[in-house]
Design a protein around this ligand. Structure first.
Ligand SMILES: *[C@@H]1O[C@H](CO)[C@@H](O)[C@H](O)[C@H]1NC(C)=O
Ligand SMILES: *[C@@H]1O[C@H](CO)[C@@H](O)[C@H](O)[C@H]1NC(C)=O
Ligand SMILES: *[C@@H]1O[C@H](CO)[C@@H](O)[C@H](O)[C@H]1NC(C)=O
Length: 431
C-alpha cells in the first residue's frame, strides 16, 4: 500500500512537470528566430487593440505570425476592443475560448490577416472595383469602398482607423467589427451536437450487502443523479481528514477499483482541458486530499467535483488560503458525494427550482438553481455558474467547471467583500 501511495505521488509530481511545460510557450515572442522590436507584431501587442492582442496570444499564434513576418509583410485588420467585448455574443465568445475550440479561434484570427501590405491609398474606391485577398486562414476577404463618402470596407466591416500602425513589416487597420469566416460560424452552430457525442453515458447501479454495508461486488457505474449507496461520511476519515490517510493494514478495505487511478485521470483531464490549473495544482500539492478521494472511489463511492476555474481561484486572497486547512475546507465544500452530470443537475433544478446537495464539508450543503439557462450554485454574490459542463465523467467521478469559488452561507457575510464571483459571460444552454 505504501508502495501504491508512493507511486501515486510520483505520478502526481509528473503532472507538476507537465504543468510547467505547458505554461512556457507563450511567454517569449523571440524563441525561434528573431523578431525586430519595430515589427508590426510587437506593435500589435503594445497597441490599444488589447482584446485582439490577447486573443492572438491565447490562440498560440505568435510563433506562426513571427515566421510569417520574417518572410513577408502582413496587413492586420484589427477589430476595436468593443467589437470583441460588449458587441460580441457572449456565447460565441465563450465558444471561442473553450480549449477544445482552439482551431476555430485560430481560424477566426487568421482570417483578419492578409500576407501582404495593403496601404490605404491602394484601397478600392467603390463597390464596383472591389478586390479579393486570401487571408492566412485561406479564406477570401473582399475590400471595397464607397466613393461618395470615401469610406473603406473589408467585408461588411467599416475601416475606422486606417494605418493605425505602420511598421517596416506590416500595417494595422482598425475596423469596426469582428469578421467571422463561414467555417467558424458553422463550428459554432454545431457545438451542441459535438458535445453530446463525446459525452460518456454512465449506466448501472451498485449493490450493497445489507449485513456488511459493503458493496457486494465491484459497482458498475451509477446513473447520474442516483443517490450514493451508503452515507459517504461512514467511509470518510473523520474530519474531513486533513492529514495523509493512513495506509490500510493487512486485511484492510478491499479495493474494488483503482480509485487513485481515476483521481489521477481526472486531475490530468483538468490540466489538459485548460483553465483549471489552480484546482489541479491544489489537488496535486495536497496529496492527502487526492488520496482521500481516491480511497473513497476505490471503495465504491461516487463524487461530483465542482471545479472553480483559474479566474475564480485567482480572486481568492492569501488570507483565505493561508489558514491551516483552508484549501482543504474550500475543496471539500466543492465535492458532492453523488454522481451528477450537467444534464442530471440541470434537469433537477429545472424540475425542482432549488436543489441542495450535500458536500464533503459537513454539515454544509450547496444550493443549486436554474438561472440563465444554466445551473447556478450558491446565493447572491458568492454564486457560481456551471461553466464547463462534464469536463470529466467516468461513471464514478464527475467534474463540472464553475466560474466562482463557493462558500457555505454562514461564511458568506465574512467573504462578501472578497467577492468571489467572476462570471462576465453567462453560459446559456442551447436547447
Ligand atoms: C526568449 O527566449 C530565449 C530562449 O529561451 C532567451 O534567450 C531570450 O532571452 C528570451 N527573450 C526574452 C525577451 O525574454
Ligand atoms: C515589407 O515592405 C517593405 C515596404 O514595401 C519592403 O521594403 C520590405 O522588403 C518588405 N519586407 C518583406 C519581408 O517582404
Ligand atoms: C503548489 O506547490 C508549488 C510548489 O511547491 C507552489 O509553487 C504552488 O503555489 C502550490 N500551489 C498551490 C495552489 O498551493
Amino acid at each position: 500500500m505504501a508502495f501504491l501511495l508512493f507511486n501515486f505521488v510520483l505520478l502526481l509530481s509528473g503532472f507538476r512537470f507537465s504543468l510547467a511545460l505547458q505554461e512556457t510557450p507563450l511567454q517569449n515572442v523571440s524563441h525561434s528566430g528573431q523578431i525586430n522590436s519595430n515589427s508590426v507584431l510587437v506593435a500589435l501587442l503594445d497597441s490599444h487593440y488589447t482584446e485582439l492582442a490577447e486573443l492572438v496570444e491565447k490562440a498560440l499564434l505568435l510563433q506562426t505570425l513571427e515566421e510569417t513576418v520574417g518572410k513577408r509583410n502582413i496587413t492586420i485588420f484589427a477589430p476595436k476592443n468593443e467589437a470583441l467585448e460588449q458587441d460580441l455574443d457572449p456565447e460565441f465568445k465563450r465558444f471561442l475560448l473553450e480549449p477544445g475550440n482552439l482551431k476555430s479561434l485560430q481560424t477566426l484570427l487568421l482570417y483578419h490577416i492578409v500576407p501582404k501590405r495593403i496601404e490605404p491609398h491602394s484601397w478600392p474606391k467603390s463597390a464596383a472595383d472591389s478586390t479579393h485577398h486570401t487571408t492566412l486562414s485561406n479564406d477570401q476577404v473582399e475590400l471595397s469602398g464607397q466613393d461618395s463618402s470615401g469610406a473603406k470596407f473589408i467585408g461588411r466591416a467599416k475601416v475606422i482607423n486606417p494605418n493605425a500602425v505602420n511598421r517596416p513589416d506590416g500595417v494595422i487597420h482598425g475596423i469596426e467589427q469582428l469578421l467571422i469566416p463561414r467555417s467558424v460560424q458553422q463550428d459554432f452552430n454545431n457545438r451542441r451536437s459535438l458535445r453530446s457525442i463525446s459525452a460518456v453515458k454512465p449506466e448501472g447501479a451498485p449493490e450493497v450487502d445489507p449485513r456488511t454495508h459493503r458493496l457486494k461486488k465491484p459497482a458498475p457505474p451509477v446513473l447520474p443523479g442516483a443517490p450514493p449507496v451508503l452515507p459517504i461520511y461512514d467511509a470518510m476519515a473523520p474530519g474531513p481528514s486533513l492529514a495523509p490517510a493512513p495506509a490500510p493494514g493487512p486485511g484492510g478495505p478491499r479495493h474494488h477499483f483503482n480509485g487513485m487511478r481515476q483521481v489521477k485521470d481526472f486531475i490530468q483531464t483538468l490540466v489538459q482541458y485548460g483553465g483549471y490549473n489552480e484546482m489541479a495544482d491544489i489537488l496535486v500539492n495536497l496529496t492527502s486530499l487526492a488520496t482521500e478521494m481516491g480511497r473513497l472511489v476505490s471503495e465504491g463511492y461516487v463524487l461530483t467535483v465542482l471545479a472553480p476555474n483559474d479566474e475564480a481561484m485567482a480572486k481568492l486572497t492569501t488570507d483565505q488560503l493561508s489558514e491551516p486547512g483552508a484549501p482543504e475546507q474550500i475543496i471539500y465544500y466543492h465535492v458532492i458525494p453523488e454522481y451528477q452530470t450537467e444534464e442530471s443537475m440541470y434537469n433537477a433544478v429545472r424540475r425542482f427550482g432549488k436543489v441542495s446537495y450535500d458536500t464533503l464539508r459537513l454539515p454544509h450543503k450547496v444550493v443549486a438553481q436554474e438561472a440563465d439557462g444554466s445551473v447556478k450554485f450558491g446565493h447572491g454574490e458568492g454564486s457560481a455558474y456551471l461553466f464547463d459542463p462534464d469536463i470529466y465523467i467516468d461513471g464514478r467521478i464527475s467534474v463540472q467547471g464553475i466560474d466562482g469559488v463557493l462558500f457555505p452561507p454562514e461564511d458568506q457575510s465574512k467573504e462578501e467583500k472578497k467577492t468571489i464571483k467572476v462570471a462576465t459571460v453567462k453560459p446559456r444552454r442551447g436547447k
